[in-house]
Design a protein around this ligand. Sequence first.
Ligand code: NAD
Length: 499
Amino acid sequence: MKEIGHWINGKHVKGNSGRFADVFNPATGEVQARVALASKAELDAATADAAKAQVKWGATNPQRRARVMMKFVDLLNRDMDKLAEALSSEHGKTIPDAKGDIQRGLEVIEFCIAAPHLLKGEFTDSAGPGIDMYSMRQPIGVAAGITPFNFPAMIPLWKMGPALACGNAFILKPSERDPSVPMMLAELMKEAGLPDGVLQVINGDKESVDAIIDNPDIAGIGFVGSTPIAEYIYGRGCSNGKRVQCFGGAKNHMIIMPDADLDQAADALVGAGYGAAGERCMAISVAVPVGDETADRLIEKLIPRIEKLKVGPYTGGNDVDYGPVVTAAAKANILKLVESGVAQGAKLVVDGRNFNLQGYEDGFFVGPHLFDHVTTDMDIYRKEIFGPVLSTVRAKTYEEALGYAMDHEYGNGTAIFTRDGDTARDFANRINVGMIGINVPIPVPLAYHTFGGWKKSAFGDLNQHGPDSFRFYTRTKTITSRWPSGIKEGASLNFKQMD
Ligand code: NAD
């Protein structure tokens, strides 16, 4: 059995806690590896080494740090196929989707190559007589990232890239469900020239997360995962005096106006609802057609498209649309929610409950489901399902549709499909959600913009990647300086104002 340990001080190290988690091949249901779960002592020792290594790395000029990122981009491109294969085998997503996962992370590393520019401070010449004032951005020291299973390349890269480019050391605690790719990323960082100890990958579960939150050497934490854990880490991390940003769950609504191109909208819903088996925080899980006629026509267009979807293993060739979900527990939870939808009165117009894939009976495959006539009190509406289940909530008017998205506790992403510019502008202005698509179903911002939701989808005040990430991973120091120039005013006991 393959055993995955930790990456500490530039090499693979076996875990010594005696605790392990199974890593599955979700397509077959087989355990393909076991991953060590670090103890607090292991996390603390790796952090102490990282703090030592950070001193020299933080003092390395930003251009040299950027060159490591440059080389790292080359290596990610070189190993794209290998990384995608490892990613798909533990996560279950298709190879093209795994490459997208890596690519969207790689683009943030490309952004980080601009570190020398992004880290430039501000300068005011002659803020007062003979006085200059300037500010600089310095690394926070050791930062940590705690990441989810659903993007095992992208999200670790979103975290480690900016943190390292800013001159921090970084402790990555990846998801224990698919830990291989994060370990491969660490190997590539070393090959790119990152000094040993600056990036530590510590595998683990709640014990290592709690150790991160309580470790006084860790100055900042970036988390991505489910909302209950996001809230927990945010609360406890902040009370320990750390800067913390936590990104949580989602229930993304897509409004379809009567004037929308319904073929385009139906294609968009199928891609955004069922891609990656619905295991994306930016998946569309609620369709809100405006008017019964729009709803009837949309459902009519959706059904054949959904029934045509090919569900299969990542090894199944290019025509596989989506793969299995990540664990048997995730599958059971999705199917339980589907049953609750039926019991609570929603109409299941595409029923994937009896889906079975010959030869892969033990895999964690879930057939596609489409609900119509969903209401806001149902569990399938209130909860994040994180599976291939799309709910349709019918609205009579645009205002009613907008209200559904506004009133939901999550606010990660949302979209509107319309041909009317006024409606689209009004939607973008009024909606209380962080990322908006106008005729774009999954509006994930590119690397040089920032990514983050509102409401219960994010805790903290800065977003991920883009310029916000350089703010999050640095702290500002402002210097007021005057050089002896012969000005002698005598002592002043007043709070000084600049003349
Ligand atoms: P999760 O919350 O179960 O796990 C995330 C991380 O937290 C993992 O590293 C895990 O080991 C750790 N963790 C789990 N339980 C813990 C506990 N009790 N105490 C401390 N740490 C714990 O999430 P997941 O299932 O891996 O990922 C799916 C979730 O992530 C979904 O809710 C999805 O919407 C969300 N997500 C959000 C974004 C975003 O940017 N908003 C992006 C991707 C995924």
